[in-house]
Write a protein that binds this ligand. Structure first.
Ligand code: NAP
Length: 293
């Protein structure tokens, strides 16, 4: 199967690599073109623009940073819309809001193409291991056709119905995750300031009902104040912002998520946006905003 892939960041690179490893013929494009080189070494072809990729492939997947990137790759000059047509499918796996997804879906389907949104749960390692959780919605026929690729990239795929439902499910999941990470950071700082050993706190948490892989794997690095990016903090804050907006839309009071969003914003203002989202710990530890790493 020929698949186009737009966006080779942390996630896109790992996902496209998995497709290549499993025998898919992949044509890649990335805004910073040099990021295609490693994929080419593993057998990928390069398309010079998103439109060139769409022209060459029946199916094209996008994995881009945020709503503005998803929008621009479709609507800008040499974008997806220039070549999408009947018989082609476009699958946006980026985390965006439901409105962005609906706008893109409308434009694609107007030109006769099929559209699926399919954001993912799971970070860099699950992406490398083909263990993502795929939250798809939109055109069911396209979901069925692209399923062999989902099987390679993920451990489980959900089809959630109409466009927007995948985006919303992803935002709800990441709102919970961001709130948890922020509370976890407060716990680690409180333990330290009140004279407790942070590693002992991790051991206690890991034995009880709150044990989870996120605390288990991120906790030790956080204590060391080491935050190599698996999920960049700037993207977690984007997801909190979009989730809080979804709460506004439905008049759902979310004081915990709103407060967590503020802490992630503070972390961004401290210059921590390209670190892992667990670097929110630094904003809790140093509420005045200066990083002393
Ligand atoms: P990333 O490493 O920051 O990569 C972002 C990608 O988007 C890069 O390829 C970048 O191109 C491209 N991009 C940004 N702005 C663009 C624009 N205006 N036009 C064209 N391309 C643009 O991000 P990531 O971690 O792979 O995440 C990608 C998406 O997956 C995000 O929506 C994120 O929220 C979501 N997600 C991430 C994780 C995770 O753990 N990392 C997990 C689940 C979901 P350049 O190389 O040119 O900058």
């Amino acid at each position: 199967m020929d698949i186009g892939f737009l966006g080779l960041g942390i996630m896109g690179k790992a996902m496209a690599m998995n497709l290549l490893r499993h025998g898919f013929r992949v044509t890649v494009w990335n805004r910073t073109l040099s990021r295609c080189d490693e994929l080419v070494e593993h057998g990928a072809s390069v398309g010079e623009t998103p439109a060139a990729v769409i022209k060459r492939c029946k199916y094209t997947i996008a994995m881009l940073s945020d709503p503005s990137a998803s929008h621009s790759v479709v609507f800008d000059k040499h974008g997806v819309l220039e070549e999408i047509c009947q018989g082609k499918g476009y699958i946006d796996m980026s985390t965006v809001d439901g409105n962005t997804s609906s706008n893109i879906s409308e434009a694609i389907t107007k030109k006769g193409g099929l559209f699926l949104e399919a954001p993912v749960s799971g970070s860099k390692k699950p992406a490398e291991d083909g263990q993502l959780i795929i939250l798809a919605a939109g055109e069911k026929a396209l979901y069925d056709e692209i399923f062999p690729a989902f099987e390679v990239m993920g451990k489980r795929s959900f089809f959630l119905g109409q466009v927007g439902n995948g985006a919303k499910m992803k935002l709800v999941v990441n709102m919970i995750m961001g709130s948890m990470m922020s509370a976890f950071s407060e716990g680690l700082v409180l333990a330290d300031r009140s004279g407790l050993d942070q590693q002992t706190l991790l051991d206690v948490l890991d034995l009880g009902g709150m044990a989870n892989p996120m605390f288990k794997f991120k906790g030790p690095a956080m204590i060391q104040r080491s935050f190599p990016p698996a999920f960049p903090l700037k993207h977690q804050q984007k997801d909190m912002r979009l989730a809080v907006a979804l709460g506004d839309e439905h008049a759902v009071s979310m004081p915990v998520a709103a407060a967590a969003n503020e802490v992630f914003k503070r972390a961004r203002s401290m210059g921590l946006g390209d670190n892992d989202f667990s670097a929110v710990y630094e904003a809790v530890k140093n509420p005045d905003g200066a990083t002393q790493m």
